[in-house]
Design a binder for this molecule. Structure first.
Ligand code: PLP
Length: 389
């Protein structure tokens, strides 16, 4: 009797929901499952941020509806962080939108910019929420393959001029989920040039902006001359401050796009709880040594895991950033068959590359989301399957 709207038929089941179900089923058999499949930070939010929420929660000013687009103090806090970290100037009132997690903005931007049938360029492999947004807007996706021999960066010269001229929106994401690749300023300069030439709005997903390894701080798209004219950057507290459950993100940059996102959000939400906004501002303006520590923790985990991968003969390149490792599957396997095998026989959850797009086939994604000991244990168990020698 229930007749879903047409827009729902284009919407695939949420990929990670399926992965979590499989992991839970294995754990329910009483197995010691190591879950490296989902991108869920495993450490708690720093104590000074939690304390700020405890302090502010009783404040009656926060018990009423907040201002529709959020509190000015939080917009000022994120602008300050961008100035300090990237030397980027942002006008808090017109160039900052507060989001219910980066995810909502990444979906809303398609609704803001695409009419049914309009083209969006999406990376393949890529974070699946870009597709959901385009699907909900009734847009048409054109994929930009990310290949190892092109440093997992899109090759704009391979996008046909026809497609480029039809495109209204494009997504880029560095440090990259799932490949762990990092982009430099020359890539962003090419991106701004390509977007300006074809009149495309850029959505730069900077969810892992704080996580660059080996001393390299990732560059923000907004540092590129001309970036604000062509696009916005999505920034989130989820990974930088272990705040995935708090749901705080931002769209930053182009005034018109920020205005559209604020408008659509005025209808969906009425901003976040004020106590959470106060704690988010504390995260952005308070002590930042927790961020440096987190980066070091992931780097140490990466090094520990790759030490063991070397031991078992699994050859792969280390990620330059994010907290993901993108590893080729052994011969004779697809990404799905290998992921199923390691879950069933090694009790390790990895994400099959095909879940991130056609060009993700041949790889699995492992998150650095367990202690060094558990990561070594996971690699060791997979090694015992004897597939790499
Ligand atoms: N973008 C990428 C590439 C991600 O991996 C994630 C979360 O996993 C997000 C955006 C969403 O982050 P948020 O928690 O802010 O919604």
């Amino acid at each position: 009797r229930i007749q879903p709207a047409d827009r729902m038929t284009g919407l695939p089941a949420q990929f990670f929901a399926g992965l979590v179900r499989k992991a839970n089923a294995q754990a329910a058999k009483g197995r010691d499952v190591i879950n490296l499949g989902q991108g869920n930070p495993d450490q708690p939010t720093p104590a000074h941020i939690v304390a700020k929420l405890q302090e502010e929660a009783p404040n009656p000013a926060f018990h009423k509806y907040p201002p529709f687009s959020g509190f000015a103090f939080l917009k000022e806090a994120v602008a300050k962080r961008y100035k300090e970290d990237y030397n980027v100037d942002l006008d808090p009132e017109t160039e900052v939108a507060i989001l219910f997690g980066g995810k909502t903005g990444l979906i809303e931007i398609s609704q803001c910019l695409l009419n049914p049938g309009d083209v969006a360029l999406v990376p393949d492999p890529g974070y699946p929420d870009y597709w959901s947004g385009v699907a909900l807007a009734g847009g048409r996706m054109e994929y930009m393959p990310l290949k190892a021999d092109h440093a997992f960066l899109p090759d704009y010269s391979a996008v046909s001029p026809d497609v480029a001229d039809q495109a209204k929106l494009m997504f880029i994401n560095y440090p990259n989920n799932p490949t762990g690749a990092v982009a430099d300023s020359s890539f962003y300069a090419d991106t701004v040039g390509f977007a300006a030439k074809h009149n495309i709005v850029v959505a730069s997903d900077f969810a892992y902006g704080a996580l660059g390894f080996d001393g390299n701080q990732p560059v923000s798209f907004l540092q590129t001359p001309g970036a604000k004219e062509v696009g916005v950057e999505f920034y989130t507290l989820s990974k930088t401050y272990n705040m995935a459950g708090w749901r705080v993100g931002f769209a930053l940059g182009n005034k018109e796009v920020v205005g559209l996102i604020n408008l659509i959000q005025d209808h969906y939400y009425c901003s976040l709880f004020g106590g959470i906004q106060a704690a988010a501002a504390e995260a952005l303006t308070g002590p930042q040594d927790c961020v440096a520590q987190l980066r070091q923790t992931y780097e140490n985990r990466r090094n520990a895991l790759f030490g063991e991968l070397d031991e078992i003969g699994w050859q792969a390149n280390k990620p330059g950033g994010s907290f993901f490792c993108w590893l080729p599957v052994p011969k004779g396997h697809t990404s799905a068959s290998f992921s199923d095998l390691v879950l069933e026989q090694a009790d390790v959850v990895v994400a099959p590359g095909i879940g991130f797009g056609t060009h993700g086939e041949g790889y699995v994604r492992l998150g650095l989301l367990a202690s060094e000991e558990r990561l070594i244990e996971a690699a060791n168990r997979i090694g015992r399957l004897g597939l790499f020698r």
